[in-house]
Design a protein around this ligand. Structure first.
Ligand code: ASN
Ligand code: ZN
Length: 326
């Protein structure tokens, strides 16, 4: 196990755990044996990244290793977040219905691609470089943690990717992306309840405090929400999480209002995270929509904190605050 340094574009100067194979003593591989052997490859050449001296990339988007440093570091942070916060191990080496699989990440995907995704088929993540004019490389911490979280969802609630379950799926990925930002506390990437703020130059891709700030996402549940794109119906879940963690009227950027005009008192980010993750792993199923999300999280609150305590009532208030009533 090697302790190296990388120079990322979004992440800045970061530590990297890498390895050397005994039959190739003169090069290091961007592969982390301390975290399930997670590794990053070049989507064009399909080769894993190697380096002669362990000083990786130079922080510029033109150096081929730079995006790989961002992703490798961000995936390590995501791994540590899940392990330390929930005792959950991201199964990079795991059995799927197709046999053993490892969650690898490909960078420089496509041609100036302004997107990133997780694929159930390859059980891998892929990251585009952005067009460099309107977008940067899609390798920021919140984006990487978002994509890795799709693999967590696929192993737990298995939320569908359409309708309200799809919105809840996307919200879960956005929430985790932000929780990992808070966890990593990287001075190069301040935590903020914004999604993809380092990726799209004109502003964040999405806002959790008041999702409609992007002009298209939903703040509040309505019967129409289930027919929106999953990245827009996610607003209901993102907003509920924001209210649960922080309460209403707390945003620096707007006033984070509730949909029913009530005041919500937050339980704090750590408790909100614990409630959400417990609902995801123990209550929700593939067909869970927003009403079932509320019911499942109330059950989680009872399991974790007892019946009708402060946490239970905060969960009620947060979901009611986004117009998901019991
Ligand atoms: N970046 C998107 C996501 O992970 C890609 C997609 O539309 N599935 O949600
Ligand atoms: Zn997603």
């Amino acid at each position: 196990v090697q302790a190296d340094t990388g120079h990322g574009f979004h992440s800045g100067d970061v530590p990297l755990t890498t390895m050397i194979y005994s039959d190739e003593p003169n090069r290091k591989y961007l592969r982390d044996p301390s975290r399930g052997n997670f590794a990053t490859y070049d989507a064009d050449t399909r080769r894993f990244y190697t380096d002669p001296d362990g000083d990786w990339a130079d922080g510029t988007p033109t150096h081929p290793q730079t995006a790989a440093v961002d992703v490798q570091w961000a995936t390590a942070a995501t791994y540590d977040f899940y392990k330390q916060t929930f005792g959950y191990t991201l199964l990079y080496n795991s059995e799927t219905s197709d046999g053993p699989s490892t969650l690898y990440a490909g960078v420089h995907e496509g041609d100036n691609l302004s997107n990133a995704y997780w694929s159930a088929q390859c059980h891998c993540m892929r990251f585009g470089d952005g067009d460099r004019t309107r977008t940067n490389s899609y390798t920021s911490l919140d984006v990487v943690a978002h994509e890795a979280t799709h693999s967590v969802i696929a192993r737990t609630a298995k939320l569908a990717y359409t309708g309200e379950a799809g919105g809840l799926n996307e919200a879960t990925a956005d929430i985790a992306g932000n929780l990992v930002e808070f966890f990593a506390a990287n001075p190069a990437d301040e935590p903020d309840y914004l999604v993809g703020e380092k990726v799209w130059k004109a502003g964040p891709l999405r806002y959790m405090d008041r999702p409609s700030r992007d002009g298209v996402s939903a703040d509040c549940w309505s019967p129409a929400v289930g027919s929106l794109d999953v990245h827009r119906s996610s607003g209901v879940g993102n907003h509920a999480f924001y209210l649960l963690a922080n309460g209403s009227g707390t945003s620096d950027w707007g006033d984070s209002p509730t949909c029913d005009g009530t005041t919500v008192t937050g339980v704090g980010r750590d408790t909100a995270a614990r409630l959400w993750f417990h609902a995801l792993t123990a209550q929700w199923t593939s067909a869970t929509g927003y009403a079932e999300a509320r019911a499942g999280m109330l059950a989680a609150a009872t399991e974790l904190y007892g019946q009708c305590g402060a946490e239970y009532r905060a969960v009620q208030a947060a979901w009611s605050g986004v117009a998901v009533t019991g």
